[in-house]
Every structure is written in C-alpha cells, then in structure tokens.
Design a protein around this ligand. Structure first.
Ligand SMILES: NC(=O)c1ccc[n+]([C@@H]2O[C@H](COP(=O)([O-])OP(=O)(O)OC[C@H]3O[C@@H](n4cnc5c(N)ncnc54)[C@H](OP(=O)(O)O)[C@@H]3O)[C@@H](O)[C@H]2O)c1
Length: 341
C-alpha cells in the first residue's frame, strides 16, 4: 500500500471530523494526470469546508483544498507530460473531487493551467484562487471600459486575500484605490500595497439608501450583503462593481436605483468553472501585473499540519493577505528549490 499525507474530512454523527492522515493512493479518484503537489493555499472557501460552516464538501471522505501547484508525475493526457509545472484552481477540487491538501493529486488534464514562465509554484499558490479571482475582477472592470482616468475604485474586505491582491493589481494598473477594511490597524499594510485611501468597514455598513453620493467609478467587492448594496449606491454614472465574495453575507439588500438611474453594472465573477482561456489570460496577467515584493508582503507560509487552525482563522476574518501552504516535505520534492529553503 502506498500512502501520502493529506488533510482528510470525514463525516460523523455530530457533523465532520478533520485530521492530517495517511491516505491510500489506491483511493484517489479517476483522472488522467497525477501531480506531485508542492504548494497549496488557504482560501475563504477552504475555511468554510474545513470548519463545516457552509456545505462546501459534497463527498466523504474528502481531501480538502481547492488550489494546488506542482509537477506532473504521470499523464495519459497528450497535453501534459511528466515534469510539467501546473496550476489547478477550483473545478470542484475539495468539494466534489479529492482536493489539494495532499502530497499527491489525480485530476483531469483539462482542468490544468501551465505555470507561467518565470513564476514559481510557490508564487502561484501565494496568489492562489484569491489572487486569480482578483485578476478576473480587474479584467472585468477593464472590459467594462474603466480606466484610471474614470475615477477611483473601492476594494472591500481589502486586508483579506482577494482584497489584498485586488489592491496591488489595480494600483499597478494606475487606478487610485480606496481600501475598505474592518481592521484599521492594517492601514499601513494596505498603503504599502498601493491603496491611496483607507476607509473603515463601518462606513459601508450603515442603512442602505437607494442612491448615495457618487464616490467611485467602480469597485471589487469581496463582502456582499449590506456592504455591496452601499457600494452600489455610491458608484458614479455608468460605473461597475465586480462582485466576487460573500464574507459579510449572501444577501443583497439593494434597490434597482443604481442600475436604472445611474446605469451602474454589477459584474458577477466566478472562478471555479471559468473556461480555460480566461484562466490562462488571468495567470498571464498575474505574471507581469502583480509586483513580487507586494506578493511577498502579503504572504505568510504555513505547513500542511497548520491548515486546520488557519481554516478557523480565515472564516473569523483574522487572516491578513494570503497564506501559502508548503506541501512537499523534502527539498528534492520542490521544483522551485530556492523557495523551499
Ligand atoms: N467568486 C469566486 O469565484 C471567488 C473566488 C475566491 C474567493 N471568493 C470569495 O471572496 C471572499 C473573500 O475570499 P478570501 O479568500 O479573500 O477571504 P479572506 O482572506 O478571509 O478575506 C475576506 C475579508 O472580508 C472581510 N470580512 C470578513 N468578514 C466580514 C464581515 N462579516 N463583514 C464585512 N467584511 C468582512 C475581511 O477584510 P477586512 O478585515 O479588511 O475588512 C476579510 O479579510 C469570500 O467570500 C470568498 O468565498 C469568491
């Protein structure tokens, strides 16, 4: 029997049990590519899955983790060969399909994106689904026609993972960014990422008016609920908000006023089932459009055994920026050996 280490979620009478376990390779699911996982990350959704706070997991036992980067070990898919460096975000990993917090993963080759030239597998997971989603949001705002001359943008949940990357990416594109946070103590951090202005979360959690003062040309919202409703009421004529999160709630207590009186657009951002061409574009843009110094500033490295505690912290809004999870145990298992030291 050949086993590997994995974070396994099992169902029990009281709910679920999560532990670092030895997983039998024979129990991996069908797939045409087997990957030696080097790095993963902790996203909000991973927190929901591991804590059981939301019904993310649909199959038991489940290996948690929605994101991985690593090296192809074997493949019967003509597109991939042993030694290829790959990224996988979403596609049901850690939900319906055995996931990323594991030394090995067997997946469908169609789900993979090639690691961009010059990007390490560690950097790819420091970015992770959170960062890839932030770039999808930035691209959506650009496609809407927003430019730095259109006016400032707002990013909500700014000190979180999606928020931190959104601030860094949008400021590099030349936008003036207002960062909204519930953690004013992170103001200096957000300024180092490029934010021009910091506002307290509570400025966006008051009673929602159909229309407020026109403050921003657009925004990236990771919070949802009253926060998104307030942001929409403050968007300038013909602006747009890319909605990608629900950290504050799944509801949206808005009116049609911003849409029909100011021509505001609400752009939905999904990263999980995104077609491959969009994924490749986002990863290509991340290679050049996200300063590595800023990525390092927002990233904290943890080990596989630390993931369970990190999951609790992220759903409580206590994680700043991004967590990258070191999966490979031996230095020789990393394609990016410098990062493993
Ligand atoms: N659409 C997609 O495909 C996609 C992809 C990735 C993530 N997401 C979603 O995007 C959101 C952010 O993900 P993430 O990985 O960046 O999580 P995260 O690191 O935990 O960031 C979320 C941030 O939201 C703020 N926040 C937390 N609880 C809040 C509350 N009750 N009210 C208002 N603000 C609150 C906090 O920022 P401050 O402390 O700065 O206020 C927190 O850091 C999640 O809802 C996640 O599910 C969606």
């Amino acid at each position: 029997m050949s086993t590997f280490k994995a974070i396994v979620i099992e169902k029990n009478d009281g709910g679920q049990n999560v532990r670092l376990a030895d997983f039998d390779e024979a129990n991996l699911m069908d797939g045409d590519v087997t990957i030696r996982v080097e790095w993963s990350t902790v996203n909000y959704k991973d927190g929901l899955a591991i804590t059981g706070k939301a019904p993310v997991v649909r199959r038991w036992p489940m290996i948690a983790g929605v994101d991985l980067a690593g090296t192809v070990e074997s493949s019967s898919n003509p597109e991939w060969k042993p030694g290829d460096k790959v990224i996988l975000n979403g596609w049901g990993l850690g939900e319906t399909y055995l996931g990323a917090y594991a030394e090995k993963a067997r997946v469908k080759g169609d789900w993979l994106v090639r690691l961009p030239q010059g990007m390490s597998t560690r950097d790819a997971m420091a970015i992770g689904t959170a960062g890839y989603t932030a770039m999808l949001a930035a691209i959506a705002l650009e496609r809407h026609g927003l430019q730095p001359t259109s006016g400032p943008l707002v990013v909500t949940g700014a000190a979180g993972g999606v928020g931190s990357v959104a601030v860094a990416v949008l400021t590099k594109l030349g936008f003036a960014v207002t960062a909204s946070t519930g953690r004013p103590q992170e103001a200096d951090y957000l300024k180092r990422l490029g934010a021009a202005e910091i506002i307290e979360r509570k400025e966006l959690t008051g009673q929602v008016r159909p229309l407020g003062k026109e403050r921003w040309a657009g925004g990236v919202d990771t919070v949802g609920s009253i926060t998104l409703a307030n942001v929409l009421s403050m968007i300038r004529y013909r602006g747009a908000v890319a909605a990608c999160g629900l950290a504050g709630g799944m509801d949206l207590p808005t009116t049609v006023a911003p849409f029909i009186l100011r021509g505001v657009s609400l752009l939905g951002i999904d990263s999980v089932s995104r077609p491959r061409a969009d994924r490749e574009e986002a990863w290509r843009r991340l290679q050049s459009g996200l300063d590595r110094a800023k990525l390092a500033e927002m990233t904290t490295e943890i080990g596989l055994a630390d993931v369970i505690e990190a999951a609790r912290q992220i759903v409580e809004g206590q994680v700043r920026g991004r967590l990258v999870v070191r999966i490979a145990r031996r230095r020789s298992d990393f394609s990016d050996k410098a990062a493993a030291i």
